[in-house]
Design a protein around this ligand. Structure first.
Ligand code: AQP
Length: 332
């Protein structure tokens, strides 16, 4: 059976981009067709400035929202990265296989490092080595597929390169994973700046729809989305990125395709109104289920405890094999 692994960082409140680009597909498709593991990658959240109390809150909230979005512990394994030591054990070995140049070429590193420097803060070394830990997340489970949004494809490529290199040097140890992207909304853009992706660590939330935003807040954000001064509704990601983003979101929420949807509108106003309502409807069940789950924190904890046990049992043999293959003696 195909094995799927993917993760989400508790670095902020989850967004419509996280939902349409990743979570919804994990819940609706992946967990039913594959042996799937989904992980709240809390160690990755330590790569940028963080507040410990906020991180604890966001880790719980992220796990709860994944369940609210439809992940079913009977159908998949859901856990916190820091509860399974194999991720960091393997990460160190992979640091001995990946190169400094590979890390510095990563687009996300360059962007986040630039943002951090603008603020005058120093960079955490872990921001540079983040893709190696992500490679360990994936390779520890022998994942065949990694369903992610477009922004993560470069990191999955690195995991592939590291797996191939390790296998060539030390003998076949890792499955070489591949990325899978959603058919639409692989990159939901910021509603106020459609040249940037909608990110959860965005400082001004006006261009970002959060999964827990009240319906009226969602409507306001979508209705105020930046478009251009044209009138005709056409789908053109390069020349009309704001409009294309709204059409992508509408298509992802209603199941249509963005180009044919464009033909059905003669004004930006009606497109925005329909998009706002479509987003509100898509998020409604997630918000409702989240509210129910918040009333039962013991259930969420139980899911995470069992998930970590299952994940540990799956990862340990592969990581032990990697330790032996690279030349380390087993403990006596
Ligand atoms: N805008 C997006 N459109 C489509 N997919 C997206 N994903 C994230 N943003 C979009 C996908 O969601 C999954 C989990 O994302 P993540 O937690 O690794 O990354 P993030 O949300 O981008 O969080 P960061 O890096 O903490 O902050 P920002 O967003 O500010 O850079 C992934 O599959 C991702 O592709």
């Amino acid at each position: 059976m195909t094995r799927v692994f993917s993760g989400i960082q508790p670095t902020g409140h989850l967004t419509l981009g996280n939902y349409l680009g990743a979570m919804r597909r994990w819940a609706e498709v992946d967990q039913h067709r594959a042996d799937s593991l989904f992980c709240v990658v809390d160690l990755h959240a330590l790569t940028v400035e963080h507040d410990p109390a906020r991180l604890r809150r966001l880790s719980r909230q992220t796990a709860t929202l994944l369940l609210a979005a439809g992940l079913d512990p009977e159908a998949c394994t859901l856990f916190l990265q820091s509860h399974v030591d194999e991720h960091t054990r393997l990460s160190y070995l992979l640091e001995c296989v990946a190169t400094d140049g590979e890390m510095r070429r990563m687009i996300q590193y360059k962007e986040k490092a630039a943002r951090q420097r603008e603020r005058g803060g120093s960079l955490r070394l872990s921001l540079l080595t983040y893709p190696v830990l992500m490679a360990a997340d994936i390779l520890a489970y022998g994942a065949d597929e990694v369903p992610v949004g477009e922004d993560q494809t470069q990191h999955v490529e690195l995991a592939r390169d590291v797996a191939v290199r390790f296998n060539q040097r030390y003998g076949h140890t890792f499955v070489v994973p591949r990325t899978t992207l959603p058919p639409v909304a692989a990159r939901v853009m910021n509603l106020q700046d459609p040249t940037r992706k909608m990110g959860k660590s965005d400082e001004s939330g006006t261009g970002v729809v959060y999964l827990l935003d009240e319906p009226d807040v969602v409507r306001r954000k979508v209705l105020r989305a930046v478009t251009d001064s044209g009138r005709e509704v056409v789908y053109d990601r390069v020349e009309r990125p704001g409009l294309a983003n709204l059409l992508d979101v509408l298509a992802a929420c209603t199941g249509g395709d963005p180009e044919s949807l464009a033909g059905g509108y003669d004004s930006y106003g009606s497109l925005k109104k329909d998009t706002a309502e479509a987003v509100v409807e898509v998020l409604r069940p997630v918000r409702e289920r989240h509210r129910e789950l918040c009333a039962d924190p013991a259930y969420v904890e139980g899911v995470l405890r069992e998930g970590a046990e299952k994940a540990r049992a799956l990862a340990r043999p592969t990581v032990d094999t990697a330790y032996r293959a690279i030349g380390l003696l087993p403990p006596v």
